[in-house]
Write a protein that binds this ligand. Structure first.
Ligand code: APR
Length: 266
């Protein structure tokens, strides 16, 4: 593994437009379960995945009930508010500070990359700290709305201050379209990067999992280097979309890559 860590460090140093794609595996060392790993939420509770597949329909049918359920029910991911970034998040933030990492495209809704200090983060599946208008896509900080009070006063769902449309969580549910702004920016990053560092994702959920393929199948210019850091091989490994997999924990491997970068750049 050390040889691959050194190779990754050297390639990151030489890169001009390195980006990182991340998934739930980056947050398990912060105490947040992933979905499809051995102890994943869907692995242990397929019924929860079936129910999650119906969330978007439930919102569209009855936004008031959707909000009541989400404010009174138990979150599948536990209390994300108290979760803290782990050494893997901090390593990616250091890579951005070094001017190496230009962008993170994350499937995680936990806001931990932002808490670790990354400035350019595309929340591909939304962000738990935000609300988004179902009609005009305007986003609001969740703290701008006293949701508990709206619940107590039977005044749900929260409404958009711009168009009076119904607000939902910014979290992108199964069968919900990725917000246009994030989708377009992510596609552009995948088309223009020269290195893609894919960390902690099973790479099975689309359209996110198309991004590495867009990078790999680029018809013009130099082919990007695609590196995976993951506990297990993924379809990207098996199909040769990634150049190599550094197998192990993101919280261990990513800090080692930063260490190797520092050794080489002084
Ligand atoms: N270090 C490295 N890899 C890890 C670690 C870790 N500490 N912990 C788990 N993993 C790996 C698992 O082995 C698995 O391959 O991370 C991957 C996580 O995969 P998933 O659980 O499928 O999570 P993710 O790929 O982010 O899921 C994508 O699915 O349900 C939806 O919206 C949800 O955004 C999520 C999407």
């Amino acid at each position: 593994m050390d040889e691959l860590i050194q190779r990754a460090a050297e390639q990151l140093i030489k890169s001009k437009q390195a980006i990182s794609l991340t998934g739930a595996g980056c947050s398990t060392e912060s105490g947040i379960s992933d979905f499809r790993g051995p102890n994943g939420i869907w692995t242990k509770n397929p019924e929860a995945e079936r129910k999650a597949n119906q969330s978007y329909a439930r919102f569209q049918q009855n936004p008031k009930e959707y909000w009541k359920e989400s404010l009174t029910g138990v979150s599948l991911l536990g209390n994300l508010g108290n979760a803290l970034p782990n050494p893997g998040h901090h390593a990616l933030a250091e890579m951005e500070k070094m001017g190496i990492l230009k962008c993170i495209i994350t499937q995680n809704i936990d806001n931990l990359h932002q808490k670790a200090g990354n400035k350019r983060v595309l929340d591909y599946h939304g962000n738990i700290s935000l609300l988004r208008c179902f009609s005009c896509d305007t986003r609001y900080d969740r703290k701008e709305y006293d949701l508990e009070r709206l619940l107590a006063e039977n005044r749900l769902p929260p409404l958009c201050q711009k168009c009076n449309g119904v607000l939902k969580s910014d979290i992108v549910h199964f069968h919900e379209a990725i917000p246009m702004d994030v989708a377009q920016e992510s596609q552009k990053e995948a088309e223009t990067c020269d290195l893609m560092l894919i960390c902690g994702t099973s790479a099975v959920v689309v359209p996110f999992a198309y991004l590495p393929r867009i990078a790999r199948q680029r018809q013009w210019g130099k082919k990007p280097i695609i590196i995976e850091v993951n506990a297990d091989p993924t379809p990207l490994t098996e199909e040769g979309i990634s150049d190599y997999l550094i197998r192990g924990k993101t919280g261990t491997i990513l800090p080692k890559i930063v260490e190797e970068i520092k050794k080489r750049t002084g």
